[in-house]
Write a protein that binds this ligand. Structure first.
Ligand code: NAP
Length: 243
């Protein structure tokens, strides 16, 4: 197995926490990122503590935090095997009522955050001539969605960024792929009205919502030696919802 740590953003709960647990189960050192320092510290201690798992509280929408955390990861573990750009937010609202601030928020966090962390880690991976970048996008970035124009644009941007980075860094041994979850049971989807949830369930051939572990398993695969020849792809993990 390739050496080096895996940085997981948005690791304090939901899909990111499941990814962190899956990566730890593979025996890889981890760097956990989110704003909630207490949750990160507790998870880092559970997953092995100093030497195995480092909590790095920070805001992914900050270029300074991205640079600081990339350096901390390299200093702590020597090399960086993977970066999982998972942290994300929604600010839902009808397009015709959307304020410029509401439009900007998911772009600042989801798209800029993915840029900042990839930009901070890419030179390290290029020097190593090895690295795996996995960006969590969404099926909404492929289909669009009423009430989510801002989120959809941020997630579509991540898909285009993924393909571009894959093309630019491929010759240096760095792969870059995206995973597009459908509906996954986390805090992000907890507030959806029951009627909307049931309507979605009917459109899912597998007749169940996704669990964070369903996404973590695919990320784990993309970080594994078996995925060495996969790059520039977007893997849809949605129970068949948008097929
Ligand atoms: P979640 O439960 O709301 O967790 C979001 C994570 O991102 C938390 O760990 C949060 O930690 C972190 N985060 C948010 N803003 C941040 C910031 N500015 N800086 C650092 N960390 C930040 O969401 P989730 O459902 O697990 O979603 C994870 C990813 O999957 C997101 O990119 C989301 O768009 C995508 N996705 C989710 C679904 C779904 O159905 N759940 C579907 C498609 C795609 P703190 O609050 O501690 O900072």
């Amino acid at each position: 197995m390739e050496q080096g740590a895996v940085i997981v953003t948005g690791a304090s709960r939901g899909i990111g926490e499941a990814v962190a647990r899956a990566v730890a189960a593979d025996g890889r050192p981890l760097v956990l990122v989110a704003r909630s320092a207490d949750k990160l510290e507790a998870l880092a201690a559970e997953l092995g503590g100093p030497g195995r798992c480092l909590a790095c509280p920070g805001d992914i929408g900050s270029w300074d935090d991205a640079q600081r955390i990339a350096l901390a990861a390299q200093e702590a573990f020597g090399s960086i095997h993977g970066l999982v750009n998972n942290a994300g937010i929604t600010r839902d609202g009808l397009f015709v009522r959307m304020s410029p601030e509401q439009w900007q928020a998911p772009l600042d966090v989801n798209l800029n955050g993915t840029f900042y962390f990839t930009r901070a880690v890419a030179p390290i991976m290029m020097r190593q001539r090895h690295g795996r970048i996995v960006n969590i996008t969404s099926v909404i970035g492929l289909t669009g969605n009423a009430g989510q124009a801002n989120y959809a644009a941020s997630k579509a941007g991540i898909i285009a960024l993924t393909k571009s980075v894959a093309k630019e860094l491929g010759s240096r041994g760095v792969t870059c792929n995206a995973v597009a979850p459908g509906y996954v049971v986390t805090d992000m989807t907890a507030d959806l009205p029951e009627k909307v949830r049931l309507g979605m369930l009917e459109r899912i051939p597998l007749r169940r919502f996704g669990e964070p572990g369903d996404i973590a398993g695919v990320v784990r695969f993309l970080l594994s030696p078996e995925a060495a020849y996969i790059t520039a792809q977007t893997l849809v993990v949605d129970g068949g919802m948008i097929a």
